[in-house]
Design a protein around this ligand. Structure first.
Ligand SMILES: [Zn+2]
Length: 489
């Protein structure tokens, strides 16, 4: 165990998380936490490339010594305590970030991102397990990720969680009170989590990285107060302000209604990062001008309006007017109703970026109405695609990156076995039967082409999922064009 502790200390010195000067302090703290005997002996160590390489054997030892139970949760709760010994206090991290940001926001985000990775707050060894590939046709390119970074829980662990005391502190996983929070059986630890205070239009917000990054430098900006998501003029103001503050980061917001929003509606937040999403390359199908703002309707499965200009004020004004118009827009022929009695259905998923000297704001029109025929949502993945994706289509997916469930890996393995080895499909993989039968009519599978074809066809299902979510389908572009021309300034 001592060699692994030494490896970890040397790794953090190499990464600049601590300096050589901190060696004795850190070692004393770690030895006390891990109940190790201190001595003056020199400890040999092995060089590691990631904290998990040292943490795993340390945790294994703690399990065999009966210090912790062998549950993922217990292991994660404990390794956060180990890593927090290396972490500076929030104010120190924040001051360093803002000092670097004065000369380069890119250097500042690089510093924080690497800090979060080095401290294992972003568990990068798990992120690397994800399976990612592109789906390409002559019309569209999409990105697909099968999310394997969240390991399955042990049934015993689920029972332990159910027995654990429930608490409403912090109110949600985004609240600023998570900084340094120890976690428990039901809540992930946030010991080494550090927030950066940001000023956006004279209001206090916080910047952090997502511990479960779905793309490069996946950042989250959250409001100081635990207040519900709300898409309004302020959203457009804030997103464009963030784009100004962070060099070559995009920022977007989930919509503010269930079904079409993300998983957290209770706390106002945005997502950003350094990643090029497929929607960026979408071509225009219709163009018009509102003063110095260029307006394009995009060739994209979800109905999207792109504003481009150097004039932020006019873009904010126009996007607010588009939002207002969309909120009252109904078109019975297309099954679009803005309200049912007093329940609103129309909203927008906005994304902002700065590109080629211009601000860009993509406004994705959303509607969350349900019917008896579509109890999960009319503009939501329809049932025939649920075997691949049934979860909400939030911001990240709306702009072209599918996050698919881990179960797919095993289910595809079952399909392979079914086809090549004639092993009957297990119950859980029967959901793919209709889809797979249709592929059998189309393809001659071989051991060599199987994976490639399956990946392509998963991509195609995702493309159709996005088409389901589009309010104006391709055949309805005339109505889309009429809508944008009808926006009152
Ligand atoms: Zn909250």
């Amino acid at each position: 165990m001592k060699a692994n502790v030494e490896s970890l200390i040397q790794y953090e010195i190499k990464k600049g998380v601590i300096s050589k000067r901190d060696y004795t302090y850190v070692k004393n703290q770690l030895y006390y936490l891990l109940n190790l005997d201190l001595s003056m002996d020199k400890i040999d160590y092995i060089k590691i490339d990631h904290p998990s390489e040292a943490l795993k054997p340390i945790l294994d030892q703690l399990v065999s010594d009966n210090v912790i139970e062998d549950f993922k949760t217990n292991r994660d709760l404990f390794d956060a305590k180990i890593m927090n010994i290396f972490a500076s206090l929030p104010s120190v991290v924040e001051n360093k970030f803002h000092l670097i940001k004065k000369t380069s926001s890119k250097d500042a985000t690089n510093f924080l991102y690497n800090y979060a990775k080095s401290l294992n707050y972003i568990r990068f060894d798990r992120i690397l397990k994800n399976i990612s590939f592109d789906y390409k046709t002559k019309n569209i390119q999409l990105q697909i990720t099968i999310n394997l970074s969240k390991p399955e829980k042990d049934p015993k662990e689920i029972i332990a969680q159910a027995k654990a005391i429930q608490s409403n502190y912090p109110p949600c996983v985004l609240c600023k009170e998570n900084e340094g929070f120890s976690g428990n059986m039901n809540r992930d630890s946030r010991d080494q989590h550090r927030l950066l205070e940001l000023n956006i239009e004279n209001k206090k917000w916080y910047f952090q990285y997502s511990p479960y990054i779905y793309y490069n430098e996946h950042a989250i900006v959250l409001s100081e107060k635990h207040e519900p998501m709300r898409i309004s003029k302020d959203t457009f103001i804030n997103l464009l302000s963030l784009v100004d503050q962070f060099d070559s980061y995009f920022f977007g917001s989930n919509a503010d209604l269930p079904i079409v929003g993300g998983s957290i509606l209770s706390h106002e937040h945005y997502q950003g990062g350094r990643h090029k999403f497929p929607i960026e390359d979408a071509k225009s199908i219709y163009e018009l001008k509102y003063g110095d703002v260029n307006v394009n309707l995009l060739n994209w499965p979800l109905s999207t309006i792109r504003l481009k200009s150097t004039n932020k004020a006019n873009m904010i004004h126009l996007s607010t007017k588009i939002l207002e118009s969309w909120k009252t827009y109904s078109n019975p022929e297309l099954n679009i109703y803005s309200n049912t009695l007093h329940t609103p259905h129309n909203t927008i998923t906005p994304i902002a970026r700065f590109k080629n000297g211009l601000y860009e704001l993509d406004l994705v029109l959303r509607n969350n109405r349900t019917t008896d025929m579509y109890p999960n949502g009319i503009f939501h993945p329809h049932e025939d695609k649920h075997h691949i994706k049934k979860e909400n289509i939030g911001l990240i997916e709306a702009i072209g990156l599918a996050i698919l469930p881990a179960r797919l890996v095993e289910e595809i393995y079952d399909l392979r076995n079914y086809y090549f080895n004639h092993i009957p499909l297990p119950e859980k993989s029967m959901v793919h039967k209709t889809w797979f039968d249709s592929l059998l009519k189309k393809y001659e599978f071989t051991q060599n082409n199987f994976d490639e074809i399956i990946k392509f066809e998963i991509g195609k299902v995702f493309e159709n999922v996005l088409i389901d979510c589009g309010v104006f389908k391709k055949k309805d572009y005339d109505a889309f064009i009429k809508f944008i021309n009808g926006v009152k300034l």
